[in-house]
Design a protein around this ligand. Structure first.
Ligand SMILES: [Ca+2]
Ligand SMILES: [Ca+2]
Length: 470
């Protein structure tokens, strides 16, 4: 490779020496002609236009004006010069800067950024306005496409600076050199907010030349206002190869995901819809349920067979550039279980309810997830109608209601119905319990019998005493 290269260089060198004077003369004439035409063209046509521009004072205190231009004509263009004129509040010119655009050759429809800087801190503060002008450009020959960016990675360092590291490959048939890599950084309004470029190859093993199929790495940096950047575009050119088509927009912002369902509430069903919006096109979507591994989904879905309890869900999505976004964590509860009814008791006890007695019924009702909404006591005296009484909370989880008094011999049946805040309902009947009692007489039977027995005994004794004595 080295021998080949040296020979090529020697050949070039000889050629140059031999034709030096001719070339110098020719160049002078050509430059004169081209300059004349350029100025004329620049004034009379608009094959190059300024698409957008912006300004800021950089970390050194210098006033930067940057933007991008586009070739909107039919022919390749090179050597585009931009002049920025800086004015103070009186409208007086306080400085100018003229620069070539970052890429030299611009094929039709292609864009290139530019950067002009007024390197005087003291003047920066006085600038109130500025004007940007394309002052010259030239038409040139077409150049073949011979460079390709084969990888690029974006990372943000601890300062918040944005680094792009990648590789560029010579995909042409000839060796190439003087490769310029350009990164144009944009804000969300597609305005250029920073630009960086590097000339390659910078170092060994490619001291000068990049042979066909060889590649070299590049690193580009945005550090002036990285917080404004939402995407970037890479472009390249070398002395013999034209710029490759700009890379697709290198999006560096993560998608924004808003979960519409589930909401932060309690559901009475075990199948809960998962619906959400994503701010941009995606290459992948998924969700994590209760912190578990991601489930890939194609879009809105339903999370099935959820167990009762508290759950979390986070939706993730990758945009087409691979930036992953995450929704907020959504907390929700599933409650498909009715309350528990325990410790049912009545006063008086079921074998001791007298005709004058109201019966107080107590029950402990709990519901872990959504809470108890209401508890009712339903009772019947066997006439086919049920009386419903709302139970009231006594203390803790104890609920209470009263059954009115009934005449002697009435059979009273009652049940308790409990409902949680998700309308899950349970009755004591469903739990397999039967509650009933019969109203007993004022004096229980055995007392009467005893009384009769005593009276009989007394009567017999009296009767015996009255019998005639022998
Ligand atoms: Ca994005
Ligand atoms: Ca419940």
């Amino acid at each position: 490779m080295n021998i080949k290269k040296k020979k090529w260089q020697e050949k070039q060198s000889k050629t140059n020496k031999k034709d030096l004077w001719n070339i110098l003369l020719f160049t002078f004439l050509l430059t004169t002609i081209i300059t004349f035409f350029s100025i004329a063209e620049a004034e009379t046509s608009s094959d190059v236009i300024i698409l957008n521009y912006d300004s800021f004072i950089d970390w050194d205190g210098y006033y930067n004006v940057l933007g991008e231009v586009q070739n909107i004509g039919q022919n390749p263009i090179e050597s585009i010069e931009i002049t920025t004129t800086f004015y103070d509040e009186n409208g007086s010119v306080v400085g100018t800067d003229t620069k070539r655009t970052c890429l030299d050759v611009l094929l039709p429809e292609r864009k290139t950024p530019f950067l002009t800087i007024l390197k005087d801190k003291d003047i920066s503060e006085k600038i109130t306005t500025y004007g940007v002008q394309i002052i010259s450009y030239q038409y040139c020959d077409w150049k073949p496409i011979g460079l390709k960016i084969i990888s690029n990675y974006t990372s943000t360092d601890e300062h918040g600076w944005l680094h792009i590291v990648g590789e560029v490959q010579n995909i042409g048939y000839s060796a190439t050199s003087s490769i310029r890599m350009v990164a144009t950084f944009y804000n969300e309004n597609n305005t250029v907010v920073e630009v960086d470029w590097i000339d390659l190859p910078e170092e060994t093993p490619f001291t000068d030349w990049l042979e066909p199929a060889e590649k070299t790495t590049f690193e580009l940096l945005a550090f002036q206002r990285p917080w404004l950047i939402t995407k970037y575009v890479l472009a390249a050119e070398s002395w013999n190869y034209a710029i490759i088509p700009e890379s697709p927009d290198m999006d560096i912002t993560s998608p924004t995901i808003a979960v519409l369902s589930p909401k932060n509430k309690t559901y009475a069903v075990s199948d809960v819809p998962l619906s959400f919006t994503v701010s941009e096109s995606t290459s992948w979507m998924g969700y994590s349920f209760d912190g578990q591994a991601n489930n890939t989904i194609a879009g809105n879905t339903t999370i099935l067979d959820l167990p009762d309890g508290m759950h979390t869900v986070i939706v993730y999505a990758n945009d087409t550039a691979g930036n992953m976004g995450a929704s907020n964590t959504v907390y929700f509860t599933v409650d498909t279980t009715p309350p528990n009814i325990t410790d049912i008791s009545q006063t008086p006890l079921e074998n001791n309810v007298l005709p004058e007695d109201e019966v107080k019924v107590n029950a402990t009702v709990t519901d872990e997830l959504s809470g108890v909404k209401q508890v009712t006591l339903n009772y019947t005296s066997g006439d086919g109608t049920w009386v419903t009484v709302n139970m009231t909370k006594l203390e803790g989880n104890v609920w209470n209601a009263t059954i009115s008094a009934f005449p002697y011999g009435t059979d009273v049946t009652y049940k308790i119905i409990a409902e949680d805040n998700m309308d899950n309902t349970i009755t004591t009947e469903e739990l397999g319990y039967q509650y009933q009692y019969t109203v007993v007489p004022e004096f229980p039977t055995w007392t009467s019998m005893l009384l009769i027995l005593i009276m009989l005994t007394v009567a017999i004794v009296i009767y015996k005493r009255r019998l005639p004595k022998h």
